[in-house]
Write a protein that binds this ligand. Sequence first.
Ligand code: F6P
Length: 307
Amino acid sequence: MNATIRAVVRTALFNGLEVSGIRRGYTGMINGDIYPMDARSVSGIIGRGGTILHTARCPEFMEYQGRAAAHAQLAKAGIDGLVAIGGDGTFRGAYQFTKEFDIPVMGVTGTIDNDVMGTDYTVGFDTAVNIALEAIDRIRDTAASHDRIFFIETMGRSSGFIALWSGLAGGAEAIFIPEVREDFEKYARDIFEGRKKGKTSAIVVVAEGEEAGGAFTIAERFKAITGLDYRVTILGHIQRGGAPTAFDRILGTRSGVKAVEALIDGRRNEMVGVQNMEMRCTSFSEVWDKKKDPDLDWLKIANMMSI
Ligand code: F6P
């Protein structure tokens, strides 16, 4: 997100515009927490995780009164165009806001979940996958040394992208994601049988939104079938922190540049995304029209790789 903020500020200034930051998203808009930014106010942030503008969930913005208050604050601060960074909920709010108050908004993704249509990758996803992967690699050392099964739970809300990518890259023996109903017994038996083939340890990656339950629940089901001892690691919020990868820094930068250029070109109510490495704009309504699912063939690949 910081790479995006830096790019928005500097692209705006480069084009002779004034630019302000709004702290804590829609909450800051309602409270008038708006301050002028210059080129130096975004110095040294491209490699920092999180967001210097802070972020907040804002139920008030779901009500007309909240949006009206936000609009009054924007008018007071002389703001006539907005770049909103977030996910689906952010864009839905922005869409409603622009319909009621006629202010152009461009959206840029800022979510690790990668579950947004109109972009191949959301800003933050690559970093989260690499953090999860590093954890899997580290845990595998213990799994291998102690001949154990580990269940590792990744974030992603109701989406399995992080689990699938980190699991495939980490050589997981099984990956469970919300998009697919799996036969747990089969996987448990495979892991048990694997012992006879000299496979003495296993890593199972579970997405937090997996319908059958979290990593602990699935681990217990495996134990009931195999009798094997296990350990569980919930990766949690470590996936949302730390220095962003080069990929995310570049995607955030390109997205911020594109969002400001689009506003200058008179575009509005669209989300900036990357498609086949090209920056593209997609109307907000198309963004939530369909759910973006991961490529489920990857599960077959993971299965094939784990024999
Ligand atoms: O949507 C991003 C995300 O990190 C999800 O992957 C996760 O389920 C959720 O946010 C966690 O939210 P919070 O920090 O509010 O607990």
